[in-house]
Design a protein around this ligand. Structure first.
Ligand code: MG
Ligand code: MG
Ligand code: MG
Length: 305
């Protein structure tokens, strides 16, 4: 039976390219696998697939009756509908372990590295399989995206080593230049609705029984969004009204290496508890904070517990 590899909701470059790469490896190993994604490509991922001439995965939102390899997530809130009626045969991820459980044994690989694609590169090595040039290119981009071109605290030595190796296979000479090209595309907001901007890299979490949404925009300059900040705020306020305890939007300045966090919450003490900083009325500046996974989710979960 065919297997589907699939990343999280509101797919990012790592979850799309990770699904494509693991599908390639599984196919090389004789396990027929089709890469999928849970929604449309974001502009950055679109740019990456086009650049390396890789076809766009099909959209899959319902897991019923399917064999799945989950990529870049282990949270029920981030996965396909009807996961309970699917068979999870594999998980490959680099986040904290979420709340997904299985009823059958599975292959699971979770490592605290900068991106899922770093782990997949290690798997290619483990099985002694060759990475096609175009797949090496998109994996390289996924690592640069997730590690914010190595600026994020999530970056490990292994990510840097793997990027060097992938760049050689893909024929990429200037890694930094490619990374900045991607982040320029990522920073472009023209022609995107406010709602789509908030959802571009958005995840829901269950924190001690509270539904908490955290979105992130990684920008090369925060002044790019100065004019629409109030609209972004109104949108997260609306989303909070859909039954969430809090919604946070991280406006991350990748050059200044910090985040302005917009928030709407039932309890602003949570922010004080989590970040030891008194928030302004609608936002708080978090110096040095760039990673949702490592610098935002853990202190918030602690504050909620
Ligand atoms: Mg991701
Ligand atoms: Mg990732
Ligand atoms: Mg990210």
């Amino acid at each position: 039976m065919v297997i589907y590899s699939i990343g999280h909701k509101n797919p990012d470059t790592d979850s799309v390219c990770g699904a494509i790469a693991i599908a390639d490896l599984e196919n090389q190993l004789g396990n027929e696998t089709i890469p999928c994604m849970q929604g449309e490509l974001n502009p950055e991922t679109k740019f990456v697939l086009k650049k390396f001439n890789v076809s766009v995965p099909k959209i899959l939102t319902d897991g019923e009756g399917k064999k799945l390899i989950l990529v870049d997530h282990t949270e029920v809130s981030q996965t396909v509908n009807n996961l309970g009626k699917a068979e999870i045969v594999g998980i490959i991820d680099h986040h904290k372990l979420g709340d997904i459980t299985t009823s059958t044994p599975l292959e699971a690989l979770i490592r605290p590295l900068g991106s899922t694609c770093t782990i997949i590169k290690q798997l290619y090595n483990f099985y002694d399989k060759v990475i096609p040039k175009e797949i090496a290119g998109i994996m390289l981009c996924a690592i640069l995206s997730d590690t914010v071109i190595f600026k994020s605290v999530t970056t490990t030595l292994e990510d840097k080593k793997v990027v060097e190796e992938l760049a050689k296979i893909a024929g990429v000479k200037d890694i930094k230049k490619l990374g900045m090209e991607m982040f320029k595309v990522k920073s472009a907001i023209e022609g995107t609705s406010i709602k789509d901007l908030v959802l571009r890299d958005y995840k829901d979490f269950d924190m001690n029984g509270h539904k908490v949404g955290i979105g992130q925009l990684e920008l090369i300059d925060l002044s790019l969004i100065e004019k629409i900040k109030d609209d972004l705020y109104e949108e997260i306020k609306r989303m909070k009204g859909e039954g969430r305890h809090s919604v946070f939007l991280l406006l991350t300045d990748i050059m200044k290496e910090g985040t302005e966090m917009l928030y709407v919450t039932d309890d602003s003490n949570i922010i004080k508890k989590a970040f030891n900083k008194k928030p302004e009325k609608k936002s708080v500046w978090l110096d040095g904070v760039m990673s949702r996974k490592k610098q935002v989710v853990p202190p918030l979960e602690k504050a909620f517990s």
